[in-house]
Design a protein around this ligand. Structure first.
Ligand SMILES: [Zn+2]
Length: 206
């Protein structure tokens, strides 16, 4: 009886141990699974953070590049504008110096004009500048009044120098016009003669 009881007791305690062990191992598996899940979540979160940082960095780089490009464009436009202004200034200066040189040349020719000593091309240039430049118009009037006025005072004759000057300019204009017409006529004649010669040449050949 005792032996039976003893063996039963032994059986019971074995059963108990077994179930305890099972429970322990279940608990262990649960813990392992739990840790695994935690680790997985941690990894996912880490990856998410890395991706987020990557995106932020990417956006920062894009923005940086955009700003640099903008700066470059602004600088480029500034340089173009600067160049344009420089060129404009240079052009105006050279134009001004050319005009000044023309005025000086005009002034130098005034005595020759008054003395009717200018040849045709010079007279033509002189008249052209006179038409275009108010300052030189005034200069010519003054010099004409002074030079001719002194002469007339010495001679003691009556005079209207301004209308005399106007007449002289009109005379120059007519001279230029007739000269141009003459040149044109000459050119036309030359062309006609050339045509005639070609025609005669062709006629002889045929
Ligand atoms: Zn002038």
């Amino acid at each position: 009886m005792l032996a039976v009881l003893g063996s039963m007791k032994g059986e019971n305690s074995r059963e108990e141990r077994r179930s305890k062990e099972e429970k322990r191992s279940r608990e262990e598996r649960r813990l392992i699974e739990e840790r695994r899940l935690i680790e997985e979540k941690r990894l996912i979160e880490e990856r998410r953070l890395i991706e987020e940082r990557r995106l932020i960095e990417e956006r920062r780089l894009i923005e940086e590049r955009r700003l640099m490009e903008e700066k470059r464009l602004i600088e480029e436009r500034r340089l173009i504008e600067e160049n344009r202004l420089m060129e404009e200034k240079y052009f105006m200066e050279s134009l001004l110096s050319v005009e000044k040189a023309k005025c000086k040349e005009f002034e130098r020719l005034i005595p020759g004009f008054i003395a009717r000593k200018l040849d045709f091309p010079t007279l033509s240039g002189f008249y052209e500048h006179w038409e275009a430049c108010d300052e030189c118009k005034e200069e010519l009037s003054i010099q004409y009044l002074v030079r001719e006025g002194m002469q007339r005072l010495e001679e003691g004759s009556a005079f209207d120098l301004q209308s005399e000057l106007d007449q002289r300019l009109e005379e120059a204009r007519r001279k230029i016009n007739s000269h141009s017409a003459f040149l044109y006529l000459g050119m036309t004649m030359e062309i006609m003669v050339s045509c005639l010669l070609v025609w005669v040449f062709v006629w002889i050949l045929l």
